[in-house]
Design a binder for this molecule. Structure first.
Ligand SMILES: [Zn+2]
Ligand SMILES: [Zn+2]
Ligand SMILES: [Zn+2]
Length: 254
């Protein structure tokens, strides 16, 4: 199983348009963050979790030539805005793209991409097959996936566990029941926005508290704001088993 961080930035990305802060002016490639998304290769399958506004650039950068399914965590635009570009895979693979999300997420996609679901569809639209999931475990082309329900202020969001890898983005609360589903996690990916407290995201201190409960071997923080600070500075402040993820970083798991 191989994980690639397609993007590790918060909704505005880093640098933020028009911002002249130290982080946004940084020349360190690890301070350039596309909107949050990952690519997973497992059992010969190729999945992406979320298709944010940078999806096209992410696919080009990582040279991803096949996608077997898109899985959505929630329907915020920074996680859905790139879905139209799965058209490229419709053409190459000569098939509709399987898309997995909760009832609420699929409803939102039908609204945002209404032109793809109309009666007299125009040629060249994205061809999407929607599959509804809920909080129960499901199997995607023989890959078992356990949804990890979390809260993003009051919005339900799904994280996902595959084998001993757990992925949670856009949360500021992980219920006890979900923590139990995460027992035995070896590699954890978790959102950590900034130092200051935030209404809908863990800040770095709260994210570290969650890591202490979950006790994975290694943790990677994502959905990072320019307000967090320079990658190089913050990395030095973190314990050895916690890293800030950066775009293009890969994790190989047995
Ligand atoms: Zn987000
Ligand atoms: Zn900035
Ligand atoms: Zn969100």
């Amino acid at each position: 199983m191989k994980i690639t961080f397609l993007g590790t930035g918060t909704s505005q990305g880093v640098p933020v348009i028009g911002c002249t802060c130290e982080v946004c002016r940084s020349l360190d490639y690890r301070d350039k963050r596309f909107r949050t998304s990952i690519h997973i290769e497992v059992n010969g399958q190729s999945f992406v979790i979320d298709t944010g506004p940078d999806f096209r650039q992410q696919m080009l950068r990582e040279n991803i030539r096949r996608i077997d399914a898109v899985i959505f965590t929630h329907a915020h635009r920074d996680h859905t805005a790139g879905l139209d570009d799965v058209r490229a895979y419709n053409f190459i693979q000569e098939m509709n793209m399987p898309v997995y999300g909760t009832h609420a997420v699929l409803d939102q996609l039908r609204t945002e991409y209404a032109y793809a679901f109309g009666k007299n569809v125009y040629p060249g639209i994205p061809r999407l097959d929607l599959y509804e999931i809920n909080e129960n475990a499901f199997s995607l082309n023989n890959v078992p996936i356990t949804p990890l329900p979390v809260k993003h202020m009051n919005l339900p969001v799904l994280g996902f566990r595959i084998n001993n890898f757990s992925y949670i983005t856009d949360a500021n609360h992980i219920p006890e029941e979900t923590l139990r589903k995460m027992e035995g996690t070896e590699v954890l990916v978790l959102n950590a926005l900034q130092k200051e407290k935030h209404v809908s995201h863990f800040n770095i201190e709260e994210a570290i508290e969650q890591v202490e409960k979950i006790k994975p071997k290694q943790t990677y923080f994502i959905h990072i704001s320019h307000k967090l600070g320079l990658h190089a500075d913050i990395s030095k402040e973190l314990p050895a088993n916690i890293n800030l993820a950066f775009d293009g970083q890969q994790i190989d798991m047995a």
